[in-house]
Design a protein around this ligand. Structure first.
Ligand SMILES: Cc1cc2nc3c(=O)[nH]c(=O)nc-3n(C[C@H](O)[C@H](O)[C@H](O)COP(=O)(O)O)c2cc1C
Length: 217
């Protein structure tokens, strides 16, 4: 089994969303000890912006070239296609995903590669697979008294659904700006939600101590 781990916080491995996404991967590895984890860091300026050849390739009857950011897009799509599970670690930035994660989405949500457009609208081209999204936010965006709008979870559901990924599971540590007690309480609550979710998760592979983690450039 292959787990694709996409992370985008500017704080890298010190970040709360990275920490939560690693917890999720820990649960997945308990059920699938021989799984391979592919770490795809898209934070900072790792990905360059999509360019003119890419934009032209999105037009109705475009010639397919391998110029510019299309080659990068192909590689990222291939990596996503080969993954059995996708885990995304993301902070909330200005009510939605950081621009770096949006850029990864711009690379993988590509017409004629991961979705088509026709008379019925958009149809997805990827096979469905589980997606786990680990979100960290300074304030609260869910629950009965959210303090702000949430464009992050509906956006990810819509855009991942457009390319065929419908089984999207969100876990969040909210209120990181509210002090250490609030963070500890949020981590605890999310830890319990993870326990509950994965207690029903099937274990499909025999125990294999040779877990392999690939650090991708
Ligand atoms: C540019 C920027 C925008 C942010 N916008 C929001 C926001 O809209 N809502 C919120 O609750 N927190 C916001 N925050 C705070 C982060 O979501 C919070 O610090 C989070 O815990 C960071 O997660 P990380 O450690 O995974 O990077 C923002 C932070 C930055 C840097």
């Amino acid at each position: 089994m292959k787990i694709l781990h996409v992370t985008c916080s500017p704080r890298g491995e010190a970040s709360e969303s990275y920490r939560l996404s690693k917890n999720i991967i820990g649960f997945l590895l308990k059920a699938h000890p021989a799984a391979t984890v592919i770490n795809r860091v898209v934070g900072g300026d790792v990905l360059s912006a999509i360019d003119e050849p890419y934009a032209i390739s999105q037009q109705a009857s475009a010639d397919v070239t391998e110029a510019g950011s299309i080659a990068r897009s192909d590689a990222l799509i291939e990596e996503l296609q080969q993954a059995d599970v996708l885990v995304i670690g993301t902070p909330m930035h200005n009510f939605t995903v950081p621009s770096t994660l949006k850029l990864w989405i711009d690379h993988v949500a590509r017409v004629r590669r991961t979705f088509n457009v026709g008379a019925q609208g958009k149809t997805s081209l990827l096979q469905d697979r589980p997606v786990y999204v680990a979100v960290s936010s300074g304030g609260r965006f869910s629950g009965v008294t959210p303090r702000q709008p949430d464009f992050l979870t509906p956006y990810l559901k819509a855009v991942l659904g457009m390319i065929g990924l419908h089984d999207v599971n969100f876990f969040s540590v909210e209120g990181t700006a509210m002090g250490p007690d609030a963070v500890a309480a949020a981590r605890h609550k999310t830890g319990q939600a993870l326990q509950d979710h994965f207690s029903a998760y099937p274990s499909v592979e025999a125990d294999d101590p040779s877990n392999q983690t690939l650090l991708t450039p």
